[in-house]
Design a protein around this ligand. Structure first.
Ligand code: OOG
Ligand code: MG
Length: 262
């Protein structure tokens, strides 16, 4: 870590304020050029502790920037990990108010719900699949707190991977009954197709992203506990939304999931 604990705490407070008030920030690396990935995760840990102290409950984690489409869109080549709390969850089919958000974008993802603990420096996709209770389709609403949705890896990690809201739905399925590599997904906005891809776009297999998350947690002295909800990352590029838009993502084998913005 390059920053001292006082600066880490100060930046966590600053990011929290931006998140709670839908306000933008300049990239943390602009003020602190030495700000590193480890500093980013230190800020994220402090942010998570502050959320829990406010009464939020940790429900799981997210992997992001795990597909070429997302990496290309954001100009970042390394995946990032973040946490998910109960208050980010919105009901399938519901209307999400855009006030409270800055410049929301929607991503279609495969979500995993784990049945046993996962841990260790060598966690594999096979271990993830063996520990998975079921998978289901999810939409993530990301909302970078950085101006113009522009950031670097260090800054986006400190902003908890732009996490804002998520919706799970569709049809939960047992992984043994699916080939998670080849599931097609089509994302529509207001009835028009915006993007389509196959789930292999996420690191060849979305379980690889979850395995990488577990290895990341291990480095930070954590495990992925049984009962975690994990989002494996956007399969296509993220779609910008505004009030009045409806989004539907149709997943082969997993059903469809929709939300609208007001
Ligand atoms: C970072 C978060 C990316 C995903 O699924 O790739 C992410 C961002 O693009 O703002 O959640
Ligand atoms: Mg995402």
């Amino acid at each position: 870590m390059n920053l001292d604990p006082g600066n880490i705490a100060m930046l966590a407070e600053r990011v929290e304020h931006a998140q709670l008030n839908a306000m933008t920030l300049t990239k943390l690396t602009a003020e602190f050029p030495q700000f590193s990935m480890l500093d980013g995760y230190a800020v994220q840990d402090a942010l998570r502790a502050r959320a829990i102290a406010r009464g939020s409950r940790l429900v799981g984690f997210k992997a992001g920037l795990t597909s070429k489409a997302k990496m290309k869109q954001m100009g970042v080549e390394v995946p990032s990990f973040g946490y998910l709390t109960n208050d980010m969850c919105v009901a399938e089919g519901s209307a999400i108010p855009v006030d409270g958000l800055i410049h929301p974008r929607v991503e279609a993802e495969v979500a995993f719900v784990t049945g046993t603990d996962l841990s260790g420096a060598d966690c594999t996709a096979e271990a993830v699949l063996a520990a998975t209770d079921f998978v289901l389709p999810a939409l993530e609403v990301i909302d970078s707190r950085y101006e113009k949705f522009k950031f670097d890896l260090e800054s986006v990690i400190a902003d908890n991977g732009s996490a804002a809201r998520y919706v799970a739905g569709g049809r939960p399925r047992n992984v043994a009954d699916l080939d998670l590599r080849s599931l097609g997904v089509v994302v529509e906005k207001n009835g028009e197709i915006q993007a389509c891809a196959a789930s292999a776009a996420v690191m060849g297999h979305p379980a690889e992203a979850v395995a990488m998350l577990v290895r990341h947690l291990h480095q930070r002295g954590e495990i992925l506990p049984a009962g975690s909800f994990v989002m494996s990352g956007g399969i296509t590029e993220a779609i910008a939304v505004a009030a009045g838009d409806s989004i539907i993502a149709r997943f082969q084998e997993l059903g469809s999931i929709s939300i609208r913005f007001v």
